[in-house]
Structure formats: structure tokens, C-alpha cells
Design a protein around this ligand. Sequence first.
Ligand code: SAH
Length: 420
Amino acid sequence: MSRHRKIEFEEVAPQSAPQEPAPMTPEEEALRKAQLEAEAAAQAERVEKARKERENAFRYKGTPTPLLEELRPRLQMGPIPVNDFMQQALAHPKHGYYMQRDVFGTKGDFVTAPEVSQLFGELIGIWVVWVWEALGSPKKVQLVELGPGRGTMMADALRAIGKFRPLVGGLSVEMVETSPALREVQRKKLSKGSAAGSSEVRHDGTGIMVRWRDTLGDVPLNKDVPCIMLAQEFLDCMPVKQFQYTDLGWCERMVELDPTKEGPHHLRYALTRGPTPHSQVLLNQEIIPGIPTSPEINAGVEVSPDALQSAQEIGRRVSISGGAALIIDYGNNGPSVDSIQALKKHKKVHIFESPGESDVTAHVDFSAIKKAALDGSTVDASMAAAAAALAAAGSSEKGDAKGNKESPRQAAMRGGEEGK
Ligand code: SAH
């Protein structure tokens, strides 16, 4: 069969020359004028009605947040993927949740383990000392923390590390943080007298050099300096993509403006009309070991390409420098269906309710993270539910603070020598 379709043309009748309209009588003219006026009045009424409807819808759905107003022109061009929306909600330079404020604590929106008890950070510090010794007490070591929040965990860890002078002498600290507001909170916590905006300070207690970087990629990597990495509740704020299985295959969940009056939010979900390049590449057992092989119609999965990429980079660095990494987070061994959760003032809210003003997280897929970190590297890993250790550190309340009823499932992953 030919690949070209035959195009058939319809015969079109030749157009006749336009005819001059017959002149109107004065009565007809008056009637026409009245008709036009009535049409204009009806049109004005329709416009006014639509305006009122929009106004009402506005009230019903609540006042749009500054972030929503910022995103509106983009959303008017069409839907955006869920991870794109989550990224904007957390990290939009001006209106992103983490970007402008200190969001932690009882007065903030949520509490994390290091904020509950100083024992948590001190235990992490002791783990760092243990790894250092297991690595043969190298002269120089780099300690990297991803997403340090208020800097509490690092402050507590350095207090514990401070007792081990041989380690203190060769240790440098790298804080990977995107939020300028949280960088300032961290700087003040670690070095009270330091100048505002400094990206390099000396820790008050130990004199250890602390530097801030925007991304892990910006942290210097030296094969002769083992790198010990910490990521506490960092991967759960990496944006996730969501997919749904239809008779066309895995389609991607999108976010679009909801123009209807009935919808409870200004935004709503939409689905692509078929598989997308991302669904075709990502939803693969080689990348996500727990992906269902014969999914049912309407089955859903969640994948965080950013978390996978972070894990890959962590694995690469541990592998090159011979260090170790400790990843602590909420999640499962396998992909979630829809675990996105927003918290505002310690209460669960819908992610569309006040974008940019609530904390948005999703469960971490530990088996996919482990695979991403280990593939192509020489790292060894082990996973453990760390709930017991964390409970001992007084952080068992964390599950409630995060709004989860079930006990938090945390996993520790360590690489390098000590994992063997
Ligand atoms: N580890 C801290 C904070 C957890 S909240 C604690 O347990 O208390 C997540 C942290 O990661 C915040 O500091 C946030 O600003 C930071 N963050 C989020 N996305 C980031 C990214 N892509 N790169 C670097 N930091 C990020």
C-alpha cells in the first residue's frame, strides 16, 4: 500500500458577482437600528454576566497566591508537567516556598528530625567520625550536606565532631543550598559574628571552614579527598513526575488552569493524550526497578528524575573520592502512586490550594535511588529502616509533624569502605 494518501478535490461552484443591496425604507432602517441596539445590549449583558461569574469563581476559589499570578501567563499557553509545577512551588526565585523564608519550627509549617532533638545531629556527627576512622583516618576530608534547612543538623554534628581533634584539623564543610533566606539562617547558626551574605565562614566552635554552593555539581571533587555526604529530608523535596496508564500507554499528568466555577482550585490536573518521551524513557525496569510490568488501566506511578540525578551524582562522588553517603528520608522500596503532600501551618492542604505558600514533598523510591547511585560506580550500599535509631534520638514525633500517621520509614544508605 502506498504511504501517500490520494488527495481528492471537491468541485467548487464559481462565485457569482456580489449584488448591490436594495436601498432600505425608513421603517426598515429604524427596525435594523433597533435590532443592532438590542444585539449590543444582549452582548453587554453577556459580558457583564461572564465578568460576575469570574468574580464569583475568584471568591469561591480563594485569592490566587503571587506564585499563581506569576505562573498564569505560562499556564494560559497550556498545561505544565507536575514536576515543573512542584519545582516552581518550592524553588521559584521570588515566590518559591523555600526561597524567602524560614519555614521550619512550631511557628513554621513543619518540623524535621534535627529540629526535634540535638541528639539527632550529634549521632550523625558520630557516624561521620566512625566513617572517617573506617576510611583509615585520612588527613583531609570533605563533609557535604545537601539541603541543610536551618543548619541545625550540621551545628549539632560539628559539636560532636569537635571532640575528635585529628579529624577537625583536616575537615572542610560544604553546604548545598538554593534558598538565599535559608543560607542566611544556616550561616548565623554556624558562625554568629560572620558578615551577612558571606559564602565562606569559620564555624564558631571548631574553626572548620564552611562554604555554601548552589548545587552539588559546584562542590569541588578531589579523588584524594574522601567526600562524606549527608542528605536528610532532601530527596523528598525533589520534584516528581506522575504518570497514569491508559489504553494508549503511560500518559503524563499535567497541571492546567481550571476555568470552571465548580472546580475548588484555580488549578486542576490534566493528562497527556498519549505516551510522552519521559514516560517512554523513565518507566523502565532498568531505571525504576519496581515499575509494574503489566499495569492495569488507570494505574499510576511517580518518578523523580531530579532525585535520581542527585543519587547518581552522590554515587559518582563517593566512587571517585572513596567516601560515604548517608541518605535519610521518607519513602518506600518502589514507586508511589501519588504521594505528593503539601503542609501549611502543620496541616495537610491540597497542593493547588496555595502554591508557593505550603511545603510540598513526595515519598522517595529507595530502590530506584539505590540503583541510580550504584549503577556505573564502585560503591557498596546498604539500606536500613532507621526509625528505631531516630526514635531513640527523640524524633519519632516527626511522622506526626509531617502529617503522616504511619511511622516514618527512613533508610540509610552508606557507601565506600565501610559498607563492605
Ligand atoms: N535537612 C533539613 C532541611 C530539609 S527541607 C532538615 O532536615 O531540617 C529541604 C532543604 O533542601 C531546604 O533547606 C531547601 O531549601 C533545600 N533544597 C530544596 N531543593 C534544593 C535543591 N535543588 N538544591 C539545594 N537545596 C535544596
